[in-house]
Write a protein that binds this ligand. Sequence first.
Ligand code: FMN
Length: 186
Amino acid sequence: MVNRKIGILIGSARKQAFSGQVARAVAAQFPEQLTPVFMELEHLPMYNQDYDDEGTTPESWTAFRETLKGCDGFLFVTPEHNRSLPALLKNAIDIASRPYGQNCWSAKPAAVISASPGKLAGIVVGYHLKQVLSLLNAYVLPQPEVALGDVHTLLKPEGGWANPDTEAFVATFVRSFTRWVERFSK
Ligand SMILES: Cc1cc2nc3c(=O)[nH]c(=O)nc-3n(C[C@H](O)[C@H](O)[C@H](O)COP(=O)(O)O)c2cc1C
């Protein structure tokens, strides 16, 4: 059984972020062959092409890009900001899509989970994110769609899911994602 590294990108740096709690709960359900690699996004300077063009690429960008290149797939877990991507996440995606021709997302399997305390579950950010990842040639899992509304009711304070239905649904997602990663891994 080959081990696959899954880069986990969380669209919120908030200490108590629901998206962070969701990401940890999902990763806890990974099978043995998937190893989660939690990515730090908040220290990445805002994308500016001059840094790459003028040879002043921030070390944090280089390290981030190298870590992503070592991953076999990606899981995005994000809140919705004004019906779109949080700037934190968009910045990370932009950084790793450049320099031109060195797009870290290309030809790698990926999946998207949105989460919101609201009823609409961040469904729009899920679609915006899939649109961006599609342009970047990431292979995004189509189904099952995971958009978690009322997310504050789904999580236990100590971590993990508060109800068996959510846990079972996430288990279905994890099985599909695991097969998806295998399908596109060398
Ligand atoms: C700038 C901003 C914009 C937001 N826009 C949306 C939105 O479009 N849809 C939504 O469901 N929630 C929206 N929210 C509420 C977030 O879903 C909520 O704050 C959530 O807890 C943030 O995710 P986190 O817990 O992972 O940090 C917004 C929050 C902020 C700060």
